[in-house]
Design a protein. Structure first.
Length: 309
C-alpha cells in the first residue's frame, strides 16, 4: 500500500506558493487515477512520490516503509518505475539501444543479462518488431510504450506515469490503456492526468486535485451515480447562451451538428424549456468539482475522505 499523510509543499517566494495542502490518500494494488487541471499540483505530488522533491511537511510510506528515512528512500528508488510527462529520447538511437542505455543508467540487469532483459521488456510492450528502428521513426504511442518499458525495469512495486496519453491519437491511447491495465496486476500504478477519459477507461478509483487541495476521492461509477437526475441537456441558440450560463450551472457547452448542445447541473428547480434529464457522465462530475466551494458543498463533491464526487 502507498500511503500519503497530510502532505504539504510550499515553494518559498514573495508570496510563497502553496502547491499542495494537507493531501492524504491511500492506494492499493492496481490503477489509481489522479485527475486535475494543469497547475493543480499533480506534478509536484508525482515528484515527491518519486523521491525527486522534499515535502514541506507530511510523510509518504510504501508498504509501511517511511520514505523520509534515507535507507528506505534508497530501497524505494529500486522499487520505483517513473515515466515523467516530458521524457527525453535520443532520436538517432534505435529503440533497443535507447532502452539498453536507460537500463545501464539505472543499473538494472536481469538474470540472463541486460540484453536479454531489453528484449523481454520490448516484447512486453509490443515493440519487439520495432527494436531496430530509430526513435525518430517511432510514433508518439510507441515512444510512450518505450518509456513504460524503462519504467518496468527491475520489476517495480510502484509505477508513476505523468500525463502519458497527451498527444496520442485515439488508437494509440486505447493501446496504451490496455498496456497499463495488464501491468497493474501485482503492483501500484499511479496515473496522473488532466484527461477525464483516461480515468474513466482504466482507473477503478481516482482522486481530484484542484489548487493543491484534494476535492474528491471516488470511483467513476459513484461519481456518475451521485449526479443521477441532476444533469439536463438541450439545444440553445447562440444568442441565448450567455443568459443560460448566468441562470444555470452549465457543465458543458458543445457545438454539435451546427447547434449549441448544452449540459447543465440542476440540484433543484426546473430546467429551461425543451431540456431533458440525461445520464450523468464523468466529465459532468469533473467539471462540477472544478467549480466554487459553494457548489461542492451543495453536492457532496468535497467528500475527499472516502466520499464520492
Amino acid at each position: 500500500m502507498l500511503k500519503i499523510e497530510k502532505l504539504t509543499k510550499i515553494y518559498p517566494g514573495e508570496p510563497p506558493v502553496n502547491a499542495l495542502s494537507d493531501i492524504s490518500l491511500e492506494m492499493t494494488e492496481g490503477l489509481f487515477g489522479l485527475l486535475g487541471p494543469n497547475g493543480a499540483g499533480k506534478s509536484t505530488l508525482m515528484k515527491i512520490l518519486a523521491g525527486l522533491l522534499e515535502p514541506t511537511s507530511g510523510r509518504v510510506t510504501l508498504d509501511g516503509a517511511d520514505l523520509s528515512n534515507p535507507q528506505n528512500r534508497l530501497r524505494h528508488f529500486e522499487r520505483l518505475g517513473y515515466l515523467p510527462q516530458d521524457f527525453g529520447f535520443h532520436s538517432h538511437l534505435t529503440g533497443e539501444r535507447m532502452l539498453g542505455f536507460l537500463l545501464e543508467l539505472k543499473g538494472v540487469t536481469g538474470p540472463k543479462g541486460r540484453k536479454a532483459l531489453v528484449s523481454e521488456l520490448l516484447e512486453r510492450v509490443n515493440l519487439a518488431d520495432s527494436a531496430n528502428r530509430k526513435l525518430r521513426e517511432y510514433s508518439g504511442g510507441m515512444r510512450q510504450r518505450l518509456g513504460i518499458a524503462q519504467a518496468l525495469a527491475g520489476d517495480p512495486r510502484l509505477v508513476i506515469v505523468d500525463e502519458p496519453t497527451a498527444g496520442l491519437d485515439p488508437e494509440e491511447r486505447l493501446r496504451f490503456y490496455r498496456l497499463l491495465a495488464e501491468l497493474a496486476v501485482g503492483r501500484i500504478i499511479l496515473l496522473s492526468t488532466h484527461i477525464v477519459e483516461d480515468v474513466a477507461t482504466v482507473c477503478p478509483k481516482f482522486a481530484v486535485i484542484r489548487k493543491g487541495k484534494l476535492v474528491a476521492l471516488t470511483t467513476p461509477r459513484d461519481a456518475r451515480e451521485s449526479l443521477k437526475g441532476q444533469i439536463f441537456e438541450g439545444v440553445v441558440e447562440q444568442s441565448n447562451l450567455d443568459t443560460i450560463r448566468e441562470e444555470y450551472f452549465v457543465t458543458q457547452a458543445m457545438v454539435y451538428d451546427g447547434a449549441n448542445k448544452v449540459r447543465l447541473f440542476l440540484e433543484k428547480g426546473s430546467p429551461p424549456a425543451d431540456f431533458e434529464c440525461v445520464p450523468p457522465t464523468l466529465e459532468d462530475a469533473y467539471f462540477i468539482s472544478m467549480k466554487t466551494e459553494n457548489h461542492l458543498m451543495g453536492t457532496g463533491l468535497n467528500k475527499a475522505s472516502g466520499g464520492v464526487l
